[in-house]
Design a protein around this ligand. Sequence first.
Ligand SMILES: [Mn+2]
Length: 475
Amino acid sequence: MSEQVKKPIKITETILRDAHQSLIATRMPTEFMLPIVDKMDQVGYHSVECWGGATFDASLRFLKEDPWDRLRKLRDGFKHTKLQMLFRGQNILGYRPYADDVVENFVQKSIANGIDIIRIFDCFNDLRNLQAAVDATNKFKVQEGRGHAQVALSYTLGDAYTLEYWMNTAKRIEEMGADSICIKDMAGLLVPYKASEMIKAMKSATKLPIQLHTHYTSGVASMTYLKAVEAGVDVIDTAMSPFALGTSQPATEVMVETFRGTPYDTGFDQNLLAEIADYFRPYRDECLKNGLLNPKVMGVDIKTLLYQVPGGMLSNMVSQLKEQNAEDRYYDVLQEIPRVRKDLGEPPLVTPSSQIVGTQAVFNVLMGERYKMATKETKAVLRGEYGQTIKPMSQEVVDKVIPGEERITCRYADLLENEMDKLESEMKEYKQQDEDVLSYALFPQVAMDFFKYRQAQQEKVDMTQADTKNGAYPV
Ligand SMILES: [Mn+2]
């Protein structure tokens, strides 16, 4: 063999979505993003992840911004780079399963407003919960001339999650019409040599491109990327250094330099990357100063490997315990989490299953008796509404929590009536664009508060203009 064939590794930049979601509770405002978009657009990224996950909720709830407006502004700025979003399958960007018409409508509006790649995952890896979103993407791909359906497998550990399982699932994803596959390792559980094994196995099972997404939480992520790239992975997710590492992704500049001069060389301009990093660094310092960025999330948390709990779930749990004045039960809850996970059929722990398992574990510990109280969501999981888990759920727990209730084995959304009309009728007095119905569908209360705020702002502006004529300036 002479020279090795060149295969530049492709990079998805996460600083506008997962990086700030993981480090500063998704608080980066649109106005801060826009001035650097032009430079980011010149890098040559495979895509920029900028939407989905918690960005939607946090925009409406905390930043008082219209998430659709953010998407349109980013689309205007990124002329050459694909925009990517994260999508929770049948749960869309929310926390409950929606009817297919809402899923389809959301996909259409996401693409129409600027999204190219939709990364779709299900917290149980139940592919039936991904089909509607994949079909919708394929449908509007034709109509909008844009759209790529990426199915993401939530990576987790357990006896049932064998190489055969991942290979079979990869084949089924190809059959369902997806354009690519992502291994989504939300807690940083995938260690380097396992990644190598897994990528090789999945590459032998499918022709689809494979992307790897991980977090630095357990400290192994950049080594995991190195082994995955050597094993043939096509795309990796990284974050610009000021918002990299810790609970975020490996640093973009570091991975670029790692592969320089190898067949995987990205060809990115390190000076350009440095200019982009210079833009974000003062914001990082500001976040450190105002407490938005807690140094605690920046180190290595090896407990994540022991308990397999994603970072976001740990911080939720800590605040739930704090509210109950029960911080001393932290380790009891940590040990209860794997037991609850087992009772519920050993699903991956990712939104929303992570919150469901975490909250139930807190209840089980604080009530002094397991499942003495069960949340609405735990009951829904046990009834089969969130889909099928890899292992059977505990019969004992089923009998205790939902005695005598019917359980379903079909795809839950098949039982749901279309919802769009009903949703629209509930909020129509505030509707200013079709997308508002979708915001309301996902976060009814939060969206309603935002609509009222938006209206108040608009009226204030009108009043000021009116009063300018009279020479009055009401505040
Ligand atoms: Mn992530």
